[in-house]
Write a protein that binds this ligand. Structure first.
Ligand code: SAH
Length: 271
């Protein structure tokens, strides 16, 4: 669909739904190429909007699911794609959507989209909760969030989001997208990121909930040392002695591997 094609929807972008519609054909093609859809993929697009990614995706696929919250857009998509049987439109909130239901048999789903930026972090955490149903994810996000997702320990970008995603996925920033590729243009630069869940997490985690808890407590106050942050979890920290981790460090200096040792010691203490 061309930018001109979008006009036929006659839609006024809504800020509260984070609506910034892509109109740069070169960028649209670059994203489709990065996704590299093949007919048998089980694919789901979050936030199809006016369908600028939906349309080219459909031309490669046997079936495509989309999840859209804006009822107004849903109506327009239903009319525009009324003869397209292979498109399944879910009028739903992506933040609480059950992604596993879309899995056809054992085939994991590929999740894609130019995400609504105002909900990108909770949305990614929601997807992480259902990671066993996901083959891979290709998303447009604010560049700042992509930098946080891919950050290595030691810098200001490294935090809970980086650790929780990097524990479970291989991450790769693909390319930046300027604000003028969208209408209306967002205030920030965007980036496209690829995330591929590991078949098996490369760290030996005894309990993922404990890992998530340790990471959450550790980063609750970034400027505090690990010792001080974890004290609000457990007054006596002697269970950490054998890990030989320097507790005077700040959370942003710890690798995913170090967090996994912290978390495993916590799980063992409880057993
Ligand atoms: N993919 C389109 C639109 C991106 S804008 C394009 O690239 O042009 C983000 C889209 O996400 C909008 O269509 C918006 O209505 C939708 N959206 C916002 N919040 C959502 C939510 N919670 N669940 C599903 N879709 C949502």
């Amino acid at each position: 669909m061309s930018a001109k094609g979008n006009n036929q929807f006659n839609h006024r972008p809504r800020k509260r739904f984070g609506q910034h519609f892509l109109h740069d054909q070169f960028i649209i093609e670059k994203i489709i190429k990065a996704i590299d859809p093949v007919p048998e993929d089980a694919m789901l697009e979050i936030g199809p909007g006016l369908g600028v990614l939906t349309q080219p995706l459909l031309s490669h696929l046997d079936e495509l699911h989309v999840v859209e919250l804006d009822r107004d857009l849903i109506g327009k998509l239903q009319v525009h794609f009324q003869d397209v049987d292979k498109l399944v439109i879910h009028s739903h909130d992506a933040l609480i959507f059950d992604y596993c239901q879309v899995m056809a048999g054992n085939k994991k789903i590929r999740v894609v989209g130019n995400l609504p930026y105002n909900i990108s972090t909770p949305l990614i955490f929601h997807l992480l909760d259902q990671i066993s149903c996901i083959e891979d994810m290709t998303f447009m996000l604010q560049k700042e969030v992509v930098d946080r997702i891919t950050a290595k320990p030691g810098g200001k970008d490294y935090g809970r989001l980086s650790v929780m995603i990097q524990l479970q996925c291989e991450t790769k920033k693909l390319f930046d997208v300027p604000a003028n590729a969208f209408s209306p243009p967002p205030k920030v630069i965007s980036s496209v990121i690829y995330m591929k869940p590991y078949k098996k997490i490369p760290w030996n985690i005894k309990n993922l909930d404990d890992f998530a808890k340790i990471v959450r407590f550790s980063f609750a106050q970034r400027r505090k040392t690990i010792r001080n942050s974890l004290k609000s979890l457990s007054e006596d920290l002697s269970w950490l002695d054998k890990t030989e981790i320097d507790l005077s460090k700040r959370p942003e200096t710890l690798s995913v591997e170090t967090f996994s040792r912290l978390a495993n010691a916590f799980t063992e203490k409880k057993l």
